[in-house]
Design a protein around this ligand. Structure first.
Ligand code: C2E
Ligand code: CA
Ligand code: CA
Length: 525
């Protein structure tokens, strides 16, 4: 991706991400807050209803002693008790189907079902309760009726005025537009609003139902969508201010990162211009000839202050920052410069590490051919070997196969590097025109003794034989590893045991006077 595009996207992400997070977090926090609010007001309304019911039950008990007595004897007391208690609309006594005495109508005898339009069956000795839409005297205001009947058919009743519950509902639910519905027994539903809550827009209805453990009271609470949105917006403001701070931090970090990326690329360009890179060459040993058969070019970077930059690090960074092609061209020019005084045996090969991006770039063939022409001026007998990683082969296989075929026809060789560490399928090995297979040093390091089990390594070696590829083992550090690989006919050996990577002049001296190898030709014990 080009630099301005990366910059725009990173900055956009730095701004949008915190905003999106604020939106999501505040949404869930608002839901949480609303359901908390609903259960807390629901519980307090339920408590209130239970307390009123407790009073009614206590009042029924208090009326019991009066139930057998004539109304004119007890009426004064009944009216006094009723007036002292604010919640009661009326209280009274009845016998069978007639009200004989009431705080509201005195000793006027009325049928019991005139008290409420819909009377209900009474169990003797039990307190029954029912919410009702209205009473005989006050038909348009809901109430709760509590009744206790004795064995002999006499009994007492208490009517709680529903207004107290409605006031309470309005007090706790007014700002929130909450809709409460309270039902006692399977009576009339006492509601603070006849409107259905406007929460159908929300994918989750805010609805809560509570049941009393002591009375047959059922309470439901519905919150409105507008209430939810009000809480959400309120929280969003808090979260947004946090989000804006976060966005600012993100922008700073993103900027910093872009700056650093930018400066790393600049740094590499400067390092090329200041000649801070150089090439080292690591010889490869041929088991067949018993001599050095070639070498691998490896790039090194030393800063002016003497500090080394790790090749794995700067190669990966160059690949990530689209600098690998200029860097490889620089490497090729350094090799050309080094090769001016080279004298190498016939058929000696020079291995180059080729990055996936370069291989897939259209400049690749020209770059390699130009390099080969320059090299041929000094070292006609040198063979050039291209080391590709498994990653290079994926992407556009047909194009890569075409390029490799052309190059091989022109006398180049191809190796697959770090074999076994990538994600190359075995079928690729058959499809691609290859000459060498480089066994990754990780597999070589696993060899601990000559009899040891290294099934993966053995399989790779067998595979190279079956595919008629020459195997090169890299990272060979011990005589045991060497012996193990020689026993299994691995054709080439590369590693510190044979030679470390060297600068060009040291390598030429080394080639003129190579050390005896293996150092101790007896089988290691
Ligand atoms: P590679 O291609 O697998 O190179 C072999 C690495 O193993 C080199 O590390 C070499 O110094 C190291 N080595 C050689 N013998 C031994 C040994 O006996 N033991 C151990 N432990 N290591 C050994 P180096 O030079 O640090 O390079 C690391 C990687 O960086 C290379 O791995 C290669 O992938 C990349 N690289 C280096 N130079 C270039 C270059 O010019 N172009 C590209 N594209 N990649 C390069
Ligand atoms: Ca390599
Ligand atoms: Ca390798």
């Amino acid at each position: 991706m080009s630099k301005p595009i990366v910059r725009h996207w990173s900055l956009l992400a730095a701004v949008l991400l915190p905003l999106l997070l604020s939106l999501i977090f505040s949404y869930f926090a608002a839901r949480n807050q609303l359901s908390h609010h609903m259960s807390s007001i629901g519980e307090s309304l339920m408590n209130h209803s239970e307390q009123i019911s407790d009073r009614a039950a206590a009042m029924l008990n208090r009326l019991q002693p009066f139930s057998a007595q004539p109304c004119n004897r007890v009426l004064i007391d009944i009216q006094r008790i009723s007036n002292l208690n604010a919640y009661f609309r009326s209280i009274g006594l009845f016998e069978h189907h007639e009200i004989l005495c009431s705080s509201a109508y005195g000793s006027l005898v009325r049928p019991l079902n005139s008290l409420v339009p819909d009377w209900f069956s009474l169990q003797a000795g039990q307190v029954s309760a029912l919410s009702i839409a209205g009473t005989y005297g006050v038909p348009n205001r809901p109430a709760i009726l509590f009744v206790q009947r004795n064995q002999d058919g006499s009994g007492s009743y208490v009517i709680i005025d529903g207004q107290y519950l409605l006031d309470f509902m309005n007090a706790v639910g007014r700002h929130q537009n909450d809709v409460f519905s309270l039902q006692v027994g399977d009576g009339y539903a006492i509601r603070n609003s006849q409107l259905a809550p406007d929460n159908t827009l929300l994918w989750h209805n805010f609805h809560l139902t509570l049941h009393s453990a002591r009375y047959p009271i059922t309470l439901s609470v519905d919150a409105s969508a507008s209430e939810f949105i009000r809480i959400w917006l309120q929280l969003l403001l808090t979260f947004l201010s946090l989000g804006i701070i976060l966005a600012l931090i993100f922008i700073l970090l993103a900027n910093n990162w872009l700056q650093r990326r930018h400066s790393f690329r600049d740094e590499m360009r400067r390092a090329i211009a200041r000649d801070e890179f150089f090439v080292v060459y690591q010889p490869v040993y041929s088991n067949q000839t018993g001599t050095a058969s070639g070498m691998e070019a490896l790039l090194r970077w030393q800063r002016p202050n003497g500090e080394w930059v790790n090749p794995d690090m700067f190669i990966a960074a160059a690949e990530a920052e689209q600098m690998i092609i200029p860097l490889t061209r620089h490497l090729l020019s350094l090799i050309i410069r080094d090769s001016a005084g080279w004298q190498v045996p016939d058929g000696f090969h020079l291995a180059l590490n080729v990055a996936a991006e370069h291989l897939q770039d259209e400049s690749f063939l020209d770059d390699i051919r130009r390099f080969a022409r320059h090299m041929a001026l000094h070292t006609r007998q040198l063979k050039i070997l291209l080391e590709l990683t498994e990653r290079s082969l994926i992407g556009d296989p047909q194009a890569v196969i075409g390029k490799l075929n052309e190059l091989r026809r022109e006398g180049f060789y191809v190796a697959i590097d770090d074999f076994g560490t990538g994600h190359c399928t075995l079928s690729y090995l058959q499809t691609f025109p290859l000459d060498y297979l480089k066994i990754d040093k990780g597999f070589v390091a696993a060899i601990e003794d000559i009899e040891g089990e290294t099934p993966v390594l053995d399989t790779i070696i067998q595979l190279s034989h079956k595919l008629a590829l020459q195997a090169v083992a890299e990272g060979v550090e011990t005589p045991i590893q060497l012996h193990y690989l020689q026993q299994r006919n691995v054709a080439y050996i590369q590693g510190y045991l044979y030679a470390h990577p060297m600068r060009s002049d040291a390598l030429m001296r080394w080639l003129k006077n190579p050390p005896t190898f293996p150092p101790d030709s007896k089988t290691p014990g």
